[in-house]
Write a protein that binds this ligand. Structure first.
Ligand code: NAD
Length: 286
């Protein structure tokens, strides 16, 4: 396929590289000067989107997505897949999809989980929203950039799943951190705590796969000075999106709201630039 790729940051660059390495023709654009192996750079977003079979965006937020779509929708080829892999608010995702569909494109919102490691290794999970026809066009590309993709429903559904998943993750991570801090104060050995909880009813991804305590469980950012991984500010962004979405549909999310407040404080008090699991140190200091 002839693919345009806009937004070649931490995630976009390795994703574009993997598509090129798989034999697709990839033309990229980013507002900052970047080079990516196998990717030809365009001078504008419109040029990157012109006459492509698929246009992928991997951008920081919904307002940037909206402004980029204003440029790339008039430039595209009818019938092209317009795949947005950024994490953005559900309303911006739906508006971008409507704009693209009205111009004759096949839109898919497809945020990812798996982080930079997954982007480099081509093992991301894609949560997709769009029509089955649009998804069918995008799926072979998801198979190159990831190991799993799920069509979750119409446009916006991918973003909806992503923020629900990350709200669970934030709440469970805080719970695991609180429990380890309590265990420590009760004089428990963190290894014993891990050995029991990881095979008991408290088990969850935050403890079993991403334990926030150094030297315990599989290797995680805690073993690497809490270097992200998944940065605390990105978790706060996703929690903010979950709370905006909850307000817009009057869903009651008291723990999601409280997790957002805690990540706000953690980010304001030194958490920025650290992995989101480093909230264990901030909680310990309270
Ligand atoms: P990033 O900031 O490294 O990359 C974003 C890129 O977009 C930058 O290179 C920036 O220069 C470019 N950009 C900004 N405005 C632009 C414009 N108008 N036109 C073209 N390019 C523009 O961010 P990232 O870590 O690659 O994340 C990208 C998206 O993926 C975000 O929505 C993020 O929430 C999501 N995400 C990130 C991770 C992660 O672990 N980093 C995990 C899952 C999802």
């Amino acid at each position: 396929m002839d693919i345009g790729f806009i937004g070649l940051g931490n995630m976009g660059a390795p994703m574009a590289k993997n598509l090129a390495a798989a034999g697709h023709t990839v033309t990229g654009f980013d507002v900052t000067h970047v080079t990516v192996d196998g990717v030809k750079m365009a001078a504008t977003a419109a040029e990157a989107a012109q006459n492509r079979d698929a246009v992928i965006t991997m951008l920081p937020n919904g307002s940037i997505l909206t402004s980029v779509y204003a440029e790339i929708v008039p430039a595209g080829k009818p019938g092209a897949a317009y795949i947005d892999c950024s994490t953005v608010d559900v309303d911006s995702a739906r508006a971008a999809a409507e704009k693209a569909a009205a111009a004759g494109f096949l839109p898919v919102d497809a945020p990812v989980s798996g982080g930079m490691g997954g982007a480099v290794a081509g093992t991301l999970t894609f949560m997709a929203g769009g029509s089955p026809k649009a998804y069918a066009l995008a799926e072979p590309l998801f198979e190159i950039m990831g190991q799993k993709s799920v069509l979750c429903g119409p446009s916006g559904s991918g973003q909806a799943v992503k923020i629900c998943n990350n709200m669970i993750l934030a709440i469970s991570m805080i719970g695991v951190c609180e429990s380890f801090n309590l265990a420590e104060k009760l004089g428990l050995d963190p290894q014993a705590m891990f050995d029991v909880v990881s095979t008991s009813s408290g088990f969850c991804w935050s403890i079993n796969n991403y334990c926030p305590v150094p030297g315990v469980g599989p290797e995680s950012p805690a073993d690497n000075g809490y270097k992200p991984g998944f940065a605390a500010e990105l978790m706060l962004k996703d929690l903010g999106l979950s709370q905006d979405a909850a307000k817009s549909v009057a869903a009651n999310t008291p723990l999601g709201r409280h997790a957002t407040e805690l990540y706000e404080k953690f980010n304001a008090e030194g958490g920025k630039g650290q992995d989101f699991s480093a909230i264990i140190r901030w909680l310990r200091d309270q």
